[in-house]
Write a protein that binds this ligand. Sequence first.
Ligand code: SF4
Length: 398
Amino acid sequence: MSVGPVTPESTTAPSSDNTAVGLAPNTQENTRVDLLNFTWSELENLLQSWGQPKYRVKQLFRWIYEELETDFNNMTDLPKALRQKLCDEAAVGTLEVESVADSVDGTKKILYRLQDGLRIESVLIPEEKRNTLCVSSQVGCALGCRFCYTASLGPGRNLTVGEYIAQYLDTARMLPADRSITNVVFMGMGEPLVNFNNLMQTLELLTDERGLNLGRRRLTVSTAGLCPQILQMGTKFPVRLAISLHATTNEQRDDLMPINQRYPLETLFETLQEYRKLTPTYHMPITLEFTLIEGVNNSMADAQRLAKLAHSIEAKVNLIPYNEHPGAPYKRPSQTNIVKFRDELQRKKIRATCRTTRGDDIYAACGQLAIHGPEDEGVSTAEAPEPRVVPHHRKRRN
Ligand code: SF4
């Protein structure tokens, strides 16, 4: 199986390039600038180019990220003329919520339509102390992992910064006023490190203390193992890292995840050692995600090799029982076999947890990112870190 393109690509060029922010040209409606593509300093520049004082950015950030406002007419401390210009030329987000599926366990799967008609999904996983949002990074994915339904959608396009941030804000608006999204995991459709530049800018916006103010430890990027980009992220913007490992030998992994042919296990684990050296002050252990597939990777020998790999980088292991979906060639192991595998890791002193499958009934569980419903699947969700601090509360207008 060939490996898809793995070069980081930026599709974001705030304000000047509408096609780059996912907006089709030629109509007044869709040539608006999506303000969610802009960092603080970029928005400052845009406002200055409109003859506005710098401090307007503070007002706009407050309306967008604290009040969760989308209607410029309601931004009452902005001058009328600026409000009118914003109404005419800008937008706060471009996603359209097409449907929301609610699971009996509280998980919500949100299907969005993008401006170019493509669709993506986010999954909200509410728990007692935290609300974790799993966001998509691309429409489809070129990496071709054999167990993943998103791969069957083929290579799509990178999401823009605005499309990343809108997944957060649109979901935040669905929560009761006293709840916030506390954790974000980049484990939805697509490989986030292929969308490297937009991912970095999104992390910057999510953590900006003048805006959403999320701590780095509450953000997790999951990758199939793009080694150069892992190191780039370690240098540029380290956050929690999760590796979709799913196999313990190169032979097995070459077959399940073609990216391994480019970055085999030895290279991947050397890279992870380096990543740890680059991020010593953050104390963020790496997570190895391991989907258990009956008869493929769930033998005791697999558990022992996995323990050895985890020890080498002091990683914890998150076991994910394979989520079967229509047409899937693989089977989920029995509960007895799952427990045996986990116990073997724990016997080897590995911190191993077995992910509770959430949203099974709405096809929102890991590997089931559904685009059209049960016939056409696939989403990844993940274990997310407990928030260290109580999330900030936002005032809501309604
Ligand atoms: S598991 Fe991740 S990297 Fe692999 S095909 Fe699916 S979305 Fe892409």
